[in-house]
Write a protein that binds this ligand. Sequence first.
Ligand SMILES: N[C@@H](CCC(=O)N[C@@H](CS)C(=O)NCC(=O)O)C(=O)O
Length: 193
Amino acid sequence: MRLYTFAVTPNNRKVVAFIKHYDLDVEIHQVNFAKQETKQPEYLKIHPMGKVPALVDGDFNLWESNAILTYLAAIFPETCGVPTDPKGRADIDRWLHWQSSHLMPAMGALKAGEETDLESLQPLLAVLDQQLAGREFILDELSVVDFAISVYLLTKLGRKLDYSGHPNLTAWRDRMSQMKGIVESQVKRPGPK
Ligand SMILES: N[C@@H](CCC(=O)N[C@@H](CS)C(=O)NCC(=O)O)C(=O)O
């Protein structure tokens, strides 16, 4: 199994973090953007939109980071990354959709400068804080959603947000930042000489 990825973005990091957290037998291939690897005909056969991440498992090509996360959790059930009961599974879908349809667009708008007020994220942070009340992880047990969401709040932009009114979220974010997969998927930037 091979993951095509580009380390630095949250949609890529969430998958790499999950793989590294559980030492999954998946080869991680960093694509070469400078050489336009993702726009080459060979790669477009894997991901017709020419984006990353993408997973190749034999003759099965899968793209969309959240679909890759739930597939890996199914292939490697020892991760317990996705509950198998219908309500547990629906809860996973709920939070993965929340990440892709609310958190990502809101943070994307800030990053693109279409929205300039960092406070615009506060209602979303409040929803997450409320969910985390009395819980160690978003769905009690560590699951793919913790990886999918935490990486957004650990980006450069995520680090600028005000978490002071959200104690449950603050504690979870700190906890996630110390998890093996999150630590090992961190891109180390060269420091000042
Ligand atoms: N919704 C997709 C987003 C994929 C995506 O936009 N990937 C970006 C990096 S995060 C990319 O490949 N950008 C380069 C390009 O569009 O050429 C996912 O979650 O996998």
